[in-house]
Design a protein around this ligand. Structure first.
Ligand code: CP
Ligand code: NVA
Length: 309
């Protein structure tokens, strides 16, 4: 049966590890795998802005022998004019996979329901699972392993990156800490799901409100914008509330001496992170951005092998 990738825990621990290993292979041999030869087309749909996701999917699809069809919702019938389900029925007869950046998770579920080709979440309000595959690849490249490492995400604990860290980090057997104000914490449902996964993998989930406590001795420090796409109207209150969670050198000095810093980008220097951290020696953000390409190629290859004819 066709597999979809709508949230991080759509992959079991063994499957996640298989895709990361495949990403290593594809990174070493960038043009050696052509599952999209034909060329087959992959639809990549954007309801929200993007630089990295658009480029890495377009380049990755071309690397795999296919053709990317980039669709902006504003110039298509999606987005209130036609249902996700009807759109999927049209696309599945012509494309090999559907990649979609959107708002609600429910739309992705509707797009995937009964659809013959893989549907991939390229960011929703709740999760950013493709980014997490790239982050895990990056962390493993720099630290040699994932299981047993401790990662702290600071800032908006309810956003897509924080919630994906909970699920994907737990799947990888990591100890995941989220540091956020109480009223900006992750969904209790996602915390429960991640905790259940961590119980199987040897990882753990801990929520903090104190940023200093949360980063003490950790291996990986992560943050993201305080104002995710769609939340622009809340900018002033968010900036006022999140100040204590800004990642600066004094916060980094509480982490392990060899801790690495990640940010999915785009970044607001001076808000969630100071420039001397994101542009400093502990930052691995450019490797992280490049790894979107390798991780998503591995994901597409893996999903295409399992898709119905
Ligand atoms: N990190 C990320 O998804 O970046 P874009 O919004 O530029 O795609
Ligand atoms: N949390 C951010 C991630 C951007 C890649 C957003 O949703 O805007």
């Amino acid at each position: 049966m066709t597999r979809h990738f709508l949230r991080d825990d759509d992959l079991s621990p063994a499957e996640q590890s298989e895709i990361l290993a495949l990403a290593d292979t594809l990174k070493k041999d960038r043009f050696g795998h052509k599952p999209l030869a034909g060329p087959k087309t992959v639809a990549v749909i954007f309801d929200k802005s993007s630089t990295r996701t658009r480029v890495s999917f377009a380049v990755g699809i071309a690397d795999l022998g296919g053709v990317p069809l980039i669709i902006s919702t504003a110039s298509s019938q999606l987005g209130g004019k036609e249902t996700a389900s009807d759109t999927a029925r049209v696309l599945e007869r012509q494309v090999a996979a559907i990649v979609w950046r959107t708002y609600g998770q429910a739309g992705l579920e509707e797009m995937a329901h009964g659809t013959r080709v893989p549907v991939i979440n390229a960011l929703s309000d709740d999760f950013h699972p493709c980014q997490l595959l790239a982050d895990l690849l990056t962390i493993r490249e720099h630290r040699g392993r994932l299981a047993g490492l401790t990662v702290t995400f600071l800032g908006d604990g309810g956003n897509n990156m924080a919630q994906s860290y909970l699920l994907a980090g737990a799947t990888a057997g990591m100890h995941v800490r989220i540091a956020s104000p109480n009223e900006y914490g992750p969904s209790p449902r996602v915390v429960a799901d991640a905790t259940a996964i961590a119980a199987q993998t040897g990882g753990s989930i801990t929520l903090f409100t104190d940023p200093g406590e949360a980063v003490k001795g950790v291996d990986v420090v992560v943050t993201d914008t305080w104002v995710s796409m769609g939340m622009e109207a809340e900018k002033a209150e968010r900036v006022a509330r999140f100040g204590a969670y800004r990642v600066d050198q004094s916060l980094m000095s509480l982490a392990a001496p060899d801790a690495i810093f990640l940010h999915c980008l785009p970044a607001d220097r001076g808000f969630e992170v100071q420039a001397d951290v994101i542009d400093g020696a502990q930052s691995v953000i450019w490797d992280q951005a490049e790894n979107r390409l390798h991780a998503q190629k591995a994901l597409m290859l893996w999903l295409l092998e399992r898709a119905e004819d």
